[in-house]
Design a protein around this ligand. Structure first.
Ligand SMILES: Nc1ncnc2c1ncn2[C@@H]1O[C@H](COP(=O)(O)OP(=O)(O)OP(=O)(O)O)[C@@H](O)[C@H]1O
Ligand SMILES: CC(=O)N[C@H]1[C@@H]2OC[C@@H](O2)[C@@H](O)[C@@H]1O[C@H](C)C(=O)O
Length: 372
């Protein structure tokens, strides 16, 4: 029998809104027992530091290069993860030695798949030392070494969750609307096809923050009061990203923010909500077939304007749209759970990525192991 391990996944995604912490018991294969979840938000000061880290990383050509300032931010990020793990263990009455492994994503500060370069800050060895728990980290690098895009990696986990739909004869597509959006299609025969689908919340967050100081559009309410400015929407949706080569993973900075004065607050938010929804539909045109069901996860599912537009368009094309919760999952926890699942797969040397997910030449494992 395959070993069942207890893993905690740690995700600090492209939205840079905080650390998601989720526990999962799994054999890294078909057995998945989802445990509790905790979101630990970053305060404005540290988000500012992460934005600074993106600037500091821009000139990097060596993925291990760190200026003293970037290294300081990396250590602070790592310490915040250790504190988040401690808070999680305390909240749910767990001892550190009940956890076999931490799956540590770190923070992507630069992603240039065309140059074979992806940089995540976060010191796995230091996290193992501070928590006393083994850490699997740096899970994107090996995929890139083998010709993959280095992202997305969650699809292996989506595929494991999709078993019940496969058995019911339904092709399913997970839609993650995070800072960037991505799709994972799982056919009734288990065939998997995944790729980044376009800008998700990042453009919306940047616009709302610039105009109001709030970090996002709660519930999509600001967008709900605006109108789509067609010319601005076209500027995004005409991007060469949407033409043909679907398997090009995105960096947070690949789509330029809307500029001050280009629209009213409401119209800008509405236009960018439209861009987020339309980008998913456009990219979904490259799926092997139209899915029976879309399962929407990530923070963007809480933007009612994005969700309403995406649902209307997908339903018009004959697919049914469910939130992760309606499908029996947790849309906030899914990426963190995935990082726990991938850590366990890494320990067993199982593939994390596949030709159909990142374009890697053959299925490959990945990740580095740090022991306390
Ligand atoms: N209540 C809400 N209403 C509207 N939008 C929300 C709400 N809560 C979260 N969001 C949006 O979701 C974003 C966070 O989503 P999520 O945590 O899935 O992204 P991420 O994991 O950082 O990104 P990625 O998946 O690209 O790595 C926030 O920045 C915000 O834009
Ligand atoms: C390089 C990088 O961090 N990419 C992220 C980003 O955020 C969403 C999308 O772009 C996805 O490709 C990926 O994250 C998820 C967790 C993934 O690898 O599946």
């Amino acid at each position: 029998m395959d070993v069942i391990r207890t893993a905690i996944g740690l995700m600090s995604g492209t939205s840079m809104d905080g650390i998601d912490v989720a526990l999962i018991r799994t054999d890294g294969r078909g057995f998945i027992d989802r445990g509790p979840f905790l979101g630990v938000p970053y305060e404005a000061d540290f988000r500012g530091q992460l934005k600074r880290a993106l600037e500091l990383a821009r000139p990097l050509t060596d993925r291990n290069g760190r200026s003293a300032e970037l290294r300081d931010i990396e250590l602070e990020l790592t310490q915040r993860h250790a504190i988040a793990v401690a808070a999680f263990l305390e909240r749910f009455g767990l001892a550190a030695d009940a956890v076999d492994v931490l799956g540590f994503h770190g923070q992507t500060v630069l992603h240039r798949p065309d140059e074979g370069l992806t940089v995540q800050i976060g010191d796995g060895q230091e996290l193992a030392r501070q928590t006393g728990i083994p850490v699997v980290y740096d899970m994107r690098a090996n995929d890139m070494v083998h010709g993959g895009q280095g992202a997305p990696l969650v699809p292996a986990y989506h595929a494991a969750l999709a078993g019940k739909f496969q058995q019911a004869g339904q092709a399913v597509c997970f839609v993650n609307i995070g800072g960037i959006s991505n799709l994972t299609f799982i056919g009734t025969d288990g065939r998997i096809s995944a790729f980044d689908s376009g800008p998700g919340n990042t453009l919306i967050d940047q616009w709302v923050e610039m105009q109001t100081g709030k970090t996002y559009d709660p519930g999509g309410e600001i967008a709900g009061r605006g109108k789509v400015v067609a010319a601005l929407a076209e500027r995004y949706l005409d991007n060469p990203f949407f033409r043909g080569n679907v398997r090009r993973s995105l960096d947070r900075g690949d789509f330029a923010p809307l500029r001050d004065g280009e629209a009213s607050l409401e119209d800008g938010a509405r236009t960018l909500a439209h861009v987020a929804a339309a980008a998913i539909v456009k990219s979904a045109g490259f799926l092997p077939e139209s899915p029976s069901i879309y399962i929407v996860c990530g923070g963007g599912r809480l933007n009612a304007t994005v969700m309403a537009e995406f649902s209307a368009r997908a339903e018009a094309l004959g697919s049914h749209v469910l939130t992760a919760e309606q499908a029996g999952f947790d849309g906030d926890a899914m990426e963190a759970e995935a990082w726990g699942y991938l850590a366990v797969r890494s320990l067993d040397g199982l593939p994390l990525t596949f030709p159909g997910t990142t374009g890697v030449t053959a299925p490959v494992s990945g990740g580095m192991l740090a022991r306390p």
